[in-house]
Design a protein around this ligand. Structure first.
Ligand code: GKE
Length: 348
């Protein structure tokens, strides 16, 4: 009788707790890590990404994996069928080298968010998450280095990053109005430069942490003692490691919080300081060749996490030097194993 009772209990709770999630952008960096995390919790995960499956950072055959364009409403209806919850991590994006030169393409990501929200209503999805970005913040508040951390209210008056930032800010507001007008539960987070293993590190979409890891790995491998650095290296940022991103994202998603929240680190460093950390990790000194004509973005940016700390008691745990070490080590193995011409995840 006890065994039967325990089995009933197991199936009752697994039915209650085990849900079906759609991860849009599952082939990407954050999406891939999120899929793995949700699977480890026993959930059923449906994955969708515009990239062909062979370019997904993390692919799990046990999941339903769609390789199609979520800008198309029909594909959104198909991907959201029978789904309880959605994490929308899908957008056409990258570091400054990409978003500064692909403003219209970045804005077209609004179709993904719009059509997924519409499909949520048709397929009665319980809750929807939208990944916004620090690029929504007013440029005027980011004109100096080592600025005070940006607070959520600093997005207004609106002057976001051209193209990409406007799409993110517009889509934040669309989520709010789908909640107000249609009762769809939504959650929105502004990410501050998320980095870590199993992410883009070449091909033009890479962000600074991965780009500089790659440059130092290749410089050491090729015994060349200089690397190209965009800007003068004094510009400052804060960078959040992927594990902190995953924990904070799911904590906010599973909470009752319905406003927009920062998720980032307040460990603000200059690019030159980040390079010094990488020189220590690699045990290899480099001369920095500054390219002032390259895309630089804002002069200074950092995240103020007071709100999410106060309400949810969340703060990042992984310091930049530790996160960079894990990223560097992963990338070194990748490059040693698969060669340095182009990452196997980058669609040529
Ligand atoms: N990507 C890259 N590659 N950036 C470099 C490099 C390099 O080789 N060398 C120096 N940098 C400098 C850039 O000029 C910029 O000033 C700083 O590092 C950070 O560049 P980034 O990581 O490409 O992107 P941003 O932080 O400026 O902006 C990104 O913010 C994210 C949210 O925090 C956006 O591109 C989005 O990826 C996202 O919104």
């Amino acid at each position: 009788i006890l065994i039967v009772w325990q089995l009933c209990n197991y199936y009752y709770y697994s039915f209650i707790i085990m849900s079906t999630y759609l991860v849009a952008g599952a082939g990407g960096f954050i999406g891939g890590h999120l899929v793995k995390s949700l699977m480890s919790q026993g959930h059923n995960v449906i994955c969708a990404d515009v990239k062909p499956l062979q370019y997904w950072f993390q692919l799990f055959d046990e999941n339903k994996n769609y390789s199609f364009d979520l800008k198309e409403y029909e594909n959104c209806l198909k991907a959201t069928k029978g789904v309880d919850y959605i994490y929308n991590m899908a957008c056409n994006m990258g570091g400054m080298g990409f978003i500064e030169n692909n403003k219209a393409e970045c804005m077209l990501s609004v179709l993904i968010n719009t059509n997924l929200l519409r499909a949520c209503l048709i397929n009665k999805v319980k809750k929807y998450f939208f990944s916004s970005s620090a690029c929504v913040y007013n440029a005027k508040k980011q004109k100096e280095v080592f600025i005070p951390g940006l607070k959520e209210e600093d997005a207004y008056p609106a002057e976001p990053e051209d193209g990409y930032g406007w799409e993110k800010l517009f889509s934040e507001r669309m989520c709010r109005h789908f909640t107000e007008d249609f009762g769809l539960e939504t959650r929105v987070i502004r990410y501050h430069n998320v980095y870590g293993p199993m992410g883009t590190y070449d091909g033009g979409r890479e962000k600074a942490p991965a780009a500089l890891c790659r440059k130092i790995i290749l410089a050491k491998m090729n015994k060349s003692n200089s690397i190209d650095v965009w800007g003068d290296g004094e510009q400052t940022r804060s960078f959040m490691f992927i594990d902190d991103c995953l924990e904070g994202t799911q904590k906010i998603f599973n909470s009752k919080l319905t406003d927009v929240y920062n998720l980032g680190s307040d460990e603000q460093v200059s690019i030159n300081q980040m390079i010094s950390i990488l020189e220590e990790i690699s045990n290899f000194k480099v001369e920095k060749k500054y390219q002032l004509d390259k895309p630089k973005g804002v002069r200074g940016r950092s995240s103020n996490n007071d709100l999410v700390k106060k309400i949810l008691n969340w703060s990042y745990k992984i310091r930049l030097k530790d996160g960079l070490k894990m990223t560097y080590d992963w990338m070194k193995i990748e490059i040693d194993k698969h060669g340095s011409n182009i990452s196997r995840f980058t669609k040529s």
